[in-house]
Design a protein around this ligand. Sequence first.
Ligand SMILES: [Zn+2]
Length: 210
Amino acid sequence: MSTNANPAYHLPNKMGRIIILGMEEILGTNGLNAVLNMSGLPGWSEGYPPDDMHMDFPFDELSKLQVALEKLYGPRGGHGVALRSGRAGFKFGLREFGEQLGVNEAGFRLLPMSEKLPQGAELFADLFNQFSDQRVRVEQSEAHILWHIERCPVCWGRQSQEPLCHLAVGLVQEALYWVSGGKFFIVEETACIARGDPACTIAIDRQPLD
Ligand SMILES: [Zn+2]
């Protein structure tokens, strides 16, 4: 069942800010302003959502930003920008939440890869489940780690034939790159709520490319 009907879900401002900072890194300040204008969002007093944990960043706004990217850069270009801004956003996210997650500690960093990836996936899922209205369930299969976003802000309220959550794919890609110390993994969105699927599913190959 689609959960895209209820508009009252939010991310904390800090997560919204991280996403905006990631977009700015890819688009530059002028490009970011063009996207913000196109999205019709009200704008924030100092240009970004405040750096706090208040739940004031609506799912709907994140989804509108994705629509604005597609309008400005075309569907294909917009998806590329969303993917790259997700990758850029991870870095800001790590700075803000890394310590809390415990991923900088030796106990995590020294785990063998076979344990580190699934454990990292659970830690990052918990972060969303605990501090936002986004819901993530991690499923482990032999070949994949499946990151099921059961309530997803990226495609919120949208309908599409194709998966739309490129921003989330970019975040996951960069998280894997960082957790593995610089390896590339095949990451693909295989299901999307916007397409009528029950969740937005990001499938991660357990084995890196080499
Ligand atoms: Zn989605």
